[in-house]
Write a protein that binds this ligand. Structure first.
Ligand code: NAD
Ligand code: UDP
Length: 348
């Protein structure tokens, strides 16, 4: 069985952790990234951690010609497709950029895959496709809707994958719907490195803890939750990385069967199944890091929902995967990365 995987967006936060997990699981990887939201240093560090160089191609998923060359040079089993822009606020200001990058880029990638007859794909989708859920925990059959261009770009790609699988033979397409990825590699060598002031909760908390930011604003303390603050399903990025390995192993097993019929479109949640409130996360981080995390309550953030957590049963049943790491471990590893790299990959 072929075991070479093209990893688009492999220099990014989730991609870099997944590269390590893939290598450890015996996959060969080729990373393809335009470095629009990541750094070559992340690739260097992943190489050091796995003890061998990584084949890295600096390129854009909208570049048909370059993709064609890559698929001609390598015989891939499949693609893990992380490449995309992910800032909700920016997507509201620049919807065309988001649709061009995330939707057109994915179409260009799928065309290159079709041409090369590589039809196994694991795609980074998001719990955001569930909008404001009516029922918790959220399973994969929950209705989908989105309120911002970022979410809409993920949902549109899901629809494209669904239609492709329904009308064309041979495709095996697994969108993994991530809940809230946090944490870092236990070595403290790689982690999340936001370009600007973080939009997401965990990097914001860790930058307050390390003294880069003064105070956390907690958006809303009047939600119908355990303590009034929002509830999310935080999942350790190394657990998430293992979820990708499990999805690929599943594809390998299915494709390797004698009487093989394609999987089609198979969405799977990657979450822990447990909700944690914003305040609970702040308290856990403070305890683990030994730092005071200054915070104030502010108004609700537009577009936020009260609670969101996964049903993780499908991943367990089909992939044999479940998240193992606790909130304390998520905080510990984030803190190790943040305190060892106060300026992220910017080591100059
Ligand atoms: P990230 O920004 O760290 O990684 C994305 C990578 O894709 C970056 O290295 C960036 O340079 C690259 N990229 C972007 N556009 C590209 C293009 N046109 N061509 C080639 N490379 C390109 O983000 P992440 O947190 O690692 O997220 C990975 C994927 O998972 C994204 O698709 C994101 O939307 C999705 N996702 C992330 C989260 C989260 O909270 N981090 C949650 C749900 C889904
Ligand atoms: N949040 C917050 N302050 C911040 C960032 C986020 O209170 O500076 C809250 C946000 O309102 C939500 C939760 O933290 O309830 C998770 O937000 P994040 O942006 O990390 O992820 P989301 O679930 O929105 O994708």
């Amino acid at each position: 069985m072929k075991n070479k995987i093209l990893v688009t967006g492999g220099a990014g936060y989730i991609g870099s952790h997944t590269c390590i997990a893939l290598h450890q699981a015996g996959y060969d990887i080729v990373v393809y990234d335009n470095l629009s939201n990541s750094s070559r240093e992340a690739i260097n560090r992943v190489s050091t951690l796995i003890g061998q160089p990584i084949e890295f191609i600096e390129g854009d998923i909208r570049d048909t010609e370059l993709l064609r060359q890559v698929f001609t040079k390598h015989e891939f089993f499949g693609v893990i497709h992380f490449a995309g822009l992910k800032a909700v606020g920016e997507s509201v200001a620049k919807p065309l950029l988001y649709y061009n990058n995330n939707v057109s880029g994915t179409i260009t990638l799928l065309e290159a895959m079709a041409e090369a007859n590589v039809k196994n794909l694991v795609f980074s989708s998001s719990a955001t496709v569930y909008g404001d859920p009516e029922v918790l925990p959220i399973d994969e059959t929950s209705p989908r809707s989105c309120t911002n261009p970022y979410g809409q770009s993920k949902l549109t790609v899901e629809h494209i994958l669904e239609e492709l699988a329904a009308t064309n033979d041979g495709w095996n397409l697994i969108p993994l719907r991530y809940f809230n990825p946090v944490g870092a590699h236990p070595s403290g060598q790689i982690g999340e490195d936001p370009n600007d002031i973080p939009n997401n909760l965990m990097p914001y908390i860790s930058q307050v803890a390390v003294g880069k930011l003064e105070k956390l604003s907690i958006f809303g303390n009047d939600y119908p939750t355990v303590d009034g603050t929002g509830v999310r399903d935080f999942i350790h990025v190394t657990d998430l990385a293992q979820g990708h390995v499990a999805a690929l192993n599943y594809l390998q097993k299915q494709v390797g069967q004698d009487k093989y019929s394609s999987i089609g479109f198979l969405p799977i949640n990657l979450g822990t199944g447990k909700g944690t409130s914003v305040l609970e996360l702040v308290t856990a981080f403070s305890k683990v890091s030994g730092q005071d995390i200054l915070y104030q309550f502010d108004a609700r953030r537009a577009g936020d929902i009260a609670s969101c957590y996964a049903s993780a049963d499908k991943a367990k049943e089909l992939l044999g995967w479940e998240a193992k790491l606790s909130i304390n471990e998520m905080c510990q590893d984030t803190w190790r990365w943040q305190s060892m790299n106060p300026n992220g990959y910017n080591i100059a």
